[in-house]
Ligand binder design. Structure first.
Ligand code: CJB
Length: 797
């Protein structure tokens, strides 16, 4: 539905009046946000209803993306954009003396995820609707999102993120679609009506209540649904929960994202969450299949339904679908297994061992007795099917139940027809190292699907000026057909376009400089190099290597060696129980304090660690970045996606040949990226030979020694203890992240960046090539590949 300026103004006034009894002139920004989002809801509601009707009518296969994290950020501007209302509304608000950005700033960031994995899930939702597919999200409606990060004396402090406090304007609670999820008790199998039927003794049920969030497609008229489940006490069981405390215990199930897994109770809660949203999601899928689609043959389920397991957290979907098919629909085990494998597909997002979930058998038996029985049976049959055919060691390494644990990745792989990695190098490492034995057993299941990003958000919403320049140079079609962005290369020698690229960057940097001033009190020079590292804080991502570079620059400046002006900007949250990562934050903050307050370097170097990195903050930083830091230890970053967002906004990448950096390098060519560091074979050489001796490097390299020593020689005395932790970690024999091994090569890359910075015209040319080629990482194309190769979807008519 389209809207004129006048219609919009009238609607807005009416909503303000009926909701708050105020007029435009007297409305607060919060009231304006609420009224505006309600006007918007009216705008897409018919499309949402019609999409559902169409889905049922056409009966096309649908994908259900099961993810324990979704990180959509804010939705007001993206809904406006996708509905085609953005320009009209901006201009109408301007007429009223209002600014869309000020109003949009009132929306709480929907941070129901930690980082890349959750953001990818949200990107896929947007892309499915924007490319015409029926795709549904299935997740958890956490009461508290990812913690709010504050720095107190340079230390990270975590505060609850009460994002629902001011109401989520987009969600619709659908109580009539609630289902019950059973936990605990005991299960016996009894013969009933010729079927081994589970008889439950004890335990309890929790009511799963869906909250549907519309996912508005870009100019497609399609509005898909992201369904997030909340936990309630079933009306029939209220008597068993007489006190508020009792009730809270149940409702706590969906209170927090990622409970602390260092305690038993935290792990138990996480396991509960996983089963809760998996079971609720599958029950509602089967209800839709039988009731709405009126299908009664479960054998046809794979023609209508694809369930995607996003990382191992929803892997229990394999066992839960088996339970539903066998116990509830009385499908023979072998048939049920065929159906399940055809329905399920799985993405692996990391090779880091700690992310390979495993659950203690006893915990699982107590919490989910029937699921544990089913997993045991899947495992038993798996072992039988391979016995005598492959080496016993292979069976032991790959079976689901071993060493007292349930291996969730194994369950996902054995129970899915597709297993994919998220960048070619990552998929290659899965096939040849991490999941080698599985690859040998099921080569046909493995495939790569390189990650992508929502270009719409990172260009059209976050960087309207650059978007306009694209309109002027390549025509507006790039907004729907991103391949058109490649035409920007025709302007490679166009002095005017190159100048505009630099001017837009400068304007974006001025805006960020103001934000930095407002939030930190620190003045930064917008003409300096804005050097950006934004991602979770993790040893493998090596914020530490950036830190060493900062110290080296600082030493140079103090010693009279000149460098171009630089502002290093960090954004990163550390997991609350990850002490090393928190130490890194403290050290960076104290190094920043010393440098930012040292008048002797004349403001040539500033270090800014912005608090509370989230999607909203990313939208402010990314358009203003000159340099994109993608410096993980080669082999460790599965893909990365901030690398793609930053290139799309014209930042030049300094990178190891890791994850999707490899693909970015291929896309833009060696002249337009700064590659450094060990390659994959060199990294594995160190790992295999156990001969990485950083102390020898340190002793033989004076610059390295002076740089690293600064961590413990009193230069940054307020982080003396944490500095020591970092120092020791760098020098430890066979240090896993090879920080010092890449130090020298990283400095060389940075030197090249400085040389290039002096030639602003050629810098703009490199930026132009990066912007043009970012279209290769459009998530619309990524989901199209999933839709075709894995899910077997057809677009809605
Ligand atoms: N990733 O964000 C997470 N969380 C995990 O638990 C495991 C992996 C990230 O997923 C992104 C999306 O695939 C990748 O780009 C990134 O490299 C990976 O670390």
């Amino acid at each position: 539905m389209q809207i004129t300026k006048e219609e919009f103004k009238k609607e807005l006034e009416q909503k303000l009046d009926s909701q708050f009894a105020v007029d435009v002139e007297h409305a607060s920004l919060g009231e304006l946000y609420s009224a505006l989002s309600n006007v918007l809801r009216d705008g897409y509601a018919p499309n949402w209803r019609e999409t559902r009707i169409k889905e049922a009518h056409e009966g096309k296969k649908q994908v259900y993306y099961f993810s324990i994290e979704f990180l959509p950020g804010t939705l007001l501007r993206s809904n406006l954009l996708n509905l085609g209302w953005m320009d009209t509304v901006k201009s109408a608000l301007k007429d009223l003396g209002l600014n869309l950005d000020d109003i949009a700033a009132k929306e709480p960031d929907m941070a129901l995820g930690n980082g890349g994995l959750g953001r990818l899930a949200a990107a896929f939702m947007d892309s499915l609707a924007s490319t015409g597919y029926v795709g549904n999200g299935n997740g958890i409606r956490y009461k508290y999102g990812l913690f709010k990060q504050k720095f107190v004396n340079g230390y990270q402090v975590e505060l609850p993120n009460d994002w629902l406090q001011k109401h989520n304007h987009w969600e619709v609670m659908r109580d009539n679609k609630s289902v019950l999820v059973h936990f605990g008790g005991q299960v016996n199998l009894v013969q009933k009506d010729n079927w081994m039927t589970p008889e439950y003794n004890g335990g309890y049920s929790i009511k799963a209540v869906p909250y549907d969030i519309p996912v508005v497609g870009y100019h497609t008229g399609i509005v898909n649904t992201m369904r997030l489940w909340d936990a309630e006490i079933p009306e029939s069981e209220e008597i068993n929960y007489p006190t508020i405390d009792d009730r809270r215990k149940v409702e706590d199930l969906t209170s927090i994202l990622y409970p602390d897994d260092s305690s038993y109770s935290g792990r138990l809660l996480r396991l509960k969450q996983e089963y809760f949203f998996v079971s609720a999601g599958l029950q509602s899928i089967l209800r839709y299949y039988t009731k709405d689609l009126k299908q009664n043959d479960m054998h046809n389920l794979p023609k209508y339904v694809a369930v995607h397991i996003n990382d191992t957290h929803p892997a229990m979907a394999v066992a839960e679908l088996m339970r539903l098919l066998v116990d509830e629909y009385h499908i023979d085990w072998d048939e049920a297994w065929k159906i399940t494998v055809q329905v399920m597909s799985y993405t692996n997002h990391t090779i880091m061992a700690e992310a390979m979930e495993k659950w203690d058998i006893n915990m699982m038996t107590q919490l989910l007795p029937r699921i544990m029985q089913i997993i045991t049976e899947i495992d038993r049959r798996y072992v039988i099917s391979l016995t005598g055919k492959v080496a016993e060691s292979v069976i032991n390494d790959t079976r689901i139940v071993n060493n007292g644990n349930v291996q969730m990745a194994h369950l996902a792989i054995i129970g899915s027809h597709s297993v994919n990695g998220v960048a070619p190098l990552h998929t290659h490492l899965l096939e040849t190292e991490v999941l080698k034995e599985f690859y040998e057993l099921y080569p046909e299941r493995f495939n790569n699907k390189t990650n992508g990003i929502t270009l719409r958000r990172w260009l059209q919403i976050a960087n309207p000026k650059l978007s306009k320049l694209l309109d002027q140079t390549v025509g507006r079609d790039w907004r729907t057909d991103s391949a058109k962005m490649l035409l920007l290369q025709d302007s490679y020698k166009n002095a005017k376009v190159l100048k505009q690229i630099n001017e837009i960057k400068l304007e974006n940097k001025e805006k960020l400089a103001k934000f930095i001033k407002k939030t930190t009190g620190i003045t930064v020079d917008p003409t300096a190099i804005f050097d950006v590292q934004i991602k979770r804080l993790h040893a493998y991502k090596r914020q530490t290597l950036k830190l060493l570079h900062i110290i080296k620059l600082y030493h140079d400046l103090k010693n009279g060696i000149d460098h171009p002006k630089r502002v290093v900007i960090f954004g990163a949250k550390a997991a609350p129980s990850y002490t090393y990562a928190k130490d890194v934050i403290k050290v960076i903050n104290e190094v920043a304090n010393v440098i930012n307050n040292d008048a002797s370097i004349h403001g040539k170097l500033k270090v800014i660690f912005l608090e509370n990195y989230d999607v909203t903050l990313a939208e402010k930083i990314i358009p203003a970045a000159d340099v994109s830091e993608q410096i993980s230890t080669t082999t460790k970053e599965a893909s990365g996606t901030s690398n793609m967002k930053l290139m799309a906004n014209g930042a030049l990448t300094v990178a190891t040949m890791d994850g999707a950096n490899v693909d970015i390098a291929k896309a833009v060519g060696q002249d337009n990226i700064f590659i450094f560091g060990l390659n994959k074979d060199q990294v594995y050489d160190y790992y295999n030979k156990h001969d990485y001796k950083p102390r020898d490097m340190y002793n033989s390299d004076q610059v390295m020694k002076e740089t690293v020593d600064a961590l413990i020689d009193g230069s940054f005395s307020k982080a003396a203890n944490e500095g020591r932790v970092l120092y020791d970690s760098f020098l430890q024999e066979n240090e896993e992240f090879l920080v010092l091994a890449d130090f020298e090569s990283y400095l060389q890359a940075q030197k090249k960046i400085e040389e290039n910075w002096h030639d602003q015209r050629s810098w703009a040319q490199k930026a132009l090539v990066n912007i043009a080629h970012s279209e290769e990482f459009n998530a619309d194309n990524t989901v199209a590949r999933y839709a075709k190769d894995i899910w077997g979807l057809k677009k809605l008519n």
